[in-house]
Design a protein around this ligand. Structure first.
Ligand code: MF3
Ligand code: CO
Length: 247
């Protein structure tokens, strides 16, 4: 069942989304060589809890932190720890908040100091994939239009689109219907309607689309060790262009 949010609920989603976007801006300024992934998590945890909100990831299916911090070949769900970021790394930070019972979810991949042109290209194209996709996130369009636009843009650059993990509806719960794949066929899938709120989140590998899991059960890596980038926002479907709630 896909729930159409009412106007007062959309306002609460806006507040949760704004805070989620603010967390990412706050942490972006602090991403420098030498900071550890655990320090990034601690800063994010403090920011969320000091803004009258709850980190949605902490304890979710046993996840042990308030943010996912995924370095280089880690696609998503990197568990924060003692690793200190190095110049040239790329780091994906994924954050979810619950404010007044409503959720926001967003992610960015950041450069650590000076990075290679290849790494910057992967980050840029992954962000572009999101914006190509959401051109189709409007009342009356099909989900497959959005999904296939993401896939096409990534594959035009020779990149691999992660299949096993997908975006999702979001509202009172972090994960609601529908699933929002980053690959698909135009003209297929559910019809989008005004009032749907979705987390659209391309996960793009420089090499193979395949992934593998670390023994911790969370850390997800590209199958061939290639770099991976992630870009996610929570959006509101409308008649015209969608509203991006987490920018
Ligand atoms: N943004 C991710 C998602 O949409 C975050 C979930 S991480 C978890 O699935 F730790 F909370 F599981
Ligand atoms: Co998400």
């Amino acid at each position: 069942m896909i729930y159409v949010k009412k106007p007062d609920e959309i306002n609460k989603m806006r507040a949760a989304g704004k805070l989620t976007g603010d967390v990412l801006k706050f942490i972006e300024e602090r991403i420098k060589p030498g900071i550890t992934t655990a320090e990034i998590n601690a800063l994010i945890h403090g920011y969320i809890t000091s803004h009258d909100a709850v980190p949605s990831f902490l304890g979710y299916h046993g996840y042990p932190a308030s943010a996912c911090v995924s370095v280089n070949d880690v696609v998503v769900h990197g568990i924060p720890g003692g690793y200190a970021l190095c110049e040239g790394d790329i780091v994906s930070v994924d954050v979810g908040v619950i404010k007044n019972g409503w959720q926001g979810d967003a992610a960015r991949t950041f450069a650590v100091g000076k990075i290679s042109p290849q790494a910057q290209k992967l980050i840029d194209v992954t962000r572009e994939c999101f914006f190509e996709g959401i051109k189709h996130a409007r009342n009356g369009r099909r989900l497959g239009d959005l999904s296939s636009a993401i896939q096409r843009h990534a594959e035009n650059h020779g990149y691999g689109v992660v299949r096993e993990m997908v975006g999702h509806g979001i509202g009172r719960n972090m994960h609601e219907d529908p699933s929002v794949p980053n690959f698909g066929t135009p003209g297929t899938g559910v019809m989008l309607k005004s009032g749907y709120t979705l987390a659209v989140e391309p996960m793009i590998n420089a090499g193979t689309f395949k992934i593998k899991f670390d023994p911790d059960g969370w850390t997800t890596r590209s199958g061939d060790g290639s770099l991976s980038a992630h870009y996610e926002n929570t959006i509101l479907v409308r008649d015209g262009d969608p509203e991006i709630l987490t920018l």
